[in-house]
Design a binder for this molecule. Sequence first.
Ligand code: SF4
Ligand code: SF4
Ligand code: SF4
Length: 323
Amino acid sequence: MAKPKLALYWAASCGGCDVAVLDTNEKILDIANIADIVFWPIALDFKYHHVEAMEDGSIDLCLFNGAIRSSEQERIAKLLRAKSKVMVAFGACACFGGIPALGNFTNRDDIFQRVYIDIPSNANADGVFPRTLTEVNEGELELPELFDTVSTLAQVVDVEYFVPGCPPPVDIILKVVDLFATGQLPPVGAIIASDKTLCDECERTKEEKKITKIYRPHEIIPDPDRCLLEQGIICCGPATRGGCGLTCIKANMPCRGCFGPPPGVVDQGAALVSAIASIYQGDTDEDVTRMLEEIVDPAGTFYRFGLADSLLKRKRIQKAEKG
Ligand code: SF4
Ligand code: SF4
Ligand code: SF4
């Protein structure tokens, strides 16, 4: 009997999600045993035209990591959607926008200005920016268009399942493969992780204590048995889905929120603001102002992984009026 066909792809991604699949070590052989890998740019030399030549729906499972921020990524997401029976948003960037979606606090023009002009080490006296089409003696060179706004995978194509994490832990990757191999995939739309918050799974002592000061992780050595938030370190546990195995907490580091919002929470950043506000002991406007000043990079702290998927989605930027 023919083996099911598996595709893996990276869009706006750091590559860590692909490396996480390789981190399954010898279990990768189990994956190769149960499925034929028909497309995996980081590991195997398949080309886009090979995918285009496949029949629609002929790929059984596609693990798609990375957000969508260019015309190429959008095109390949649509191509793989058409060719795949089951599309999985794999990792925080595909599920929620992830780190690339912090670009939604700015826009393409400002990014190009910063990267190609303002950075002091640039040598770009003519102010050349990347173009989608460049004429050279040999013909035309094409580059994909960089979008103003980064999107999640599900904002571009239909997605059957979501596997959160930055990157998804190995045990969850193996669970997905096992559910797929045994025909036990959950109902469409499921997020393959815990249904609890990370705080529900955390065994640190919670004393319902209020805090009066916020610390960055390097400023204190926290008690490894007590809740980090109650020690003044911003931990995203109250606004984050469980299931990661408490990876950061066990290393005495706060949760950064990579499993996205827990069930029932629409906007992870807003939920985290609310959790911090409820624990902060501040009576006066000065107290609140001081606390806000102690939170370095509040937008990046509250929306580190979830900006594209939040109610905000992006910062509104007034375009300069053309004179
Ligand atoms: S989810 Fe994390 S590991 Fe995966 S591509 Fe995004 S930044 Fe990299
Ligand atoms: S806030 Fe963080 S440290 Fe505190 S209980 Fe929740 S997950 Fe644990
Ligand atoms: S503790 Fe938080 S940031 Fe760390 S792996 Fe788990 S969900 Fe992700």
